[in-house]
Design a protein around this ligand. Structure first.
Ligand code: CAA
Length: 240
């Protein structure tokens, strides 16, 4: 059955790979982005996937954007809350602004993305909610008190949503990527990145497509009994 999927932060990095994997699976996909118009236009041109611009940190913008997507593409069956940012700093240097920006996008952004689509999923008795968490929400990370807090929070969100949605045919699961070759990881100072790769038994960074395939499986009709779970894809860097 053709499904409609929404992927936040879906035009770049892991999100772009997810958008494309869902399209390849037969879904009609809407990919959101926050600011980079050029990258979004290029993504649409290359993939044929429609992009929509809004700030996931705003409930009003999210609700309005989702209403527009549903008007244009139909009711959303699959929602992938992927949009995320880093504002890394050791705790003693972390500013309240760095804390708040990450909370607004990575944690409140998940609420803002899922809450508007939830009633429709309940009515139609089908839904797939997938939240992109992180290895650093599982293990913590030097200089990421803000980011780790949000990514650990994501796991609480899906475990709770799973219980609320189960009887309505809705599943909620998380994927915890390890260090993946994206702009976000490439922004880490090279020396630090080399030391991180040294801690990955696989001896390499992951590829965005390796995360996208986990999401595509969780988004499929076949995954209905997997609910409230976390898939870790980190090259054996960390076990829960
Ligand atoms: N463990 C222990 N100590 C560490 C450390 C670590 N992982 N990283 C840095 N330090 C130490 C440094 O050696 C330095 O110690 P000294 O003062 O004794 O030399 C100190 O901590 C850092 O001091 P700085 O003044 O240099 O710190 P800074 O204010 O310049 O910040 C930084 C630098 C932001 C911490 C930078 O090193 C950095 O970006 N680190 C990477 C953090 C990281 O891994 N982020 C993950 C991004 S990818 C992602 O988030 C995706 C995902 O989901 C996996």
């Amino acid at each position: 059955m053709a499904r409609t999927a929404l992927v936040t932060g879906g035009s770049r990095g892991i999100g772009a790979a997810i958008s494309q994997a869902l399209k390849a699976q037969g879904c009609t996909v809407a990919a959101t982005y926050a600011g980079n118009d050029e990258a979004a236009a290029k993504f649409t041109e290359e993939t044929g996937i429609k992009t929509y611009k809004w700030n996931v940190g705003s409930y009003e913008d999210s609700a309005a954007g989702i209403a527009k997507v549903e008007e244009e593409l139909g009711p959303i069956d699959i929602v992938v809350a992927n949009a995320g940012i880093t504002r890394d700093a050791p705790f003693h240097k972390m500013t309240p602004q760095q804390w708040q920006e990450v909370i607004d996008t990575n944690l409140t952004g998940v609420f803002n993305t899922v809450h508007p689509v939830w009633p429709g999923m309940r009515e139609r008795k089908f839904g797939r909610v997938i939240v992109i968490s992180s290895i650093n929400g599982q293990k913590g990370q030097f200089a990421q008190v803000n980011y780790a807090a949000t990514k650990a929070g994501d796991l609480g969100i899906v475990k709770s949503l799973a219980q609320e949605g189960a009887r309505a045919g809705i599943t909620a699961n998380a994927v915890c990527p390890g260090y993946i070759a994206t702009e976000m990881v490439m922004a880490v100072p090279e020396k630090v990145r080399e030391s991180i790769i040294g801690q990955i038994p696989a001896g390499r960074l992951g590829e965005p497509e390796e995360i996208a395939r986990c999401v595509a499986f969780l988004a499929s009709d076949d995954s209905g009994f997997i609910n409230g779970s976390t898939i870790s894809a980190n090259g054996a860097q960390f076990f829960v």
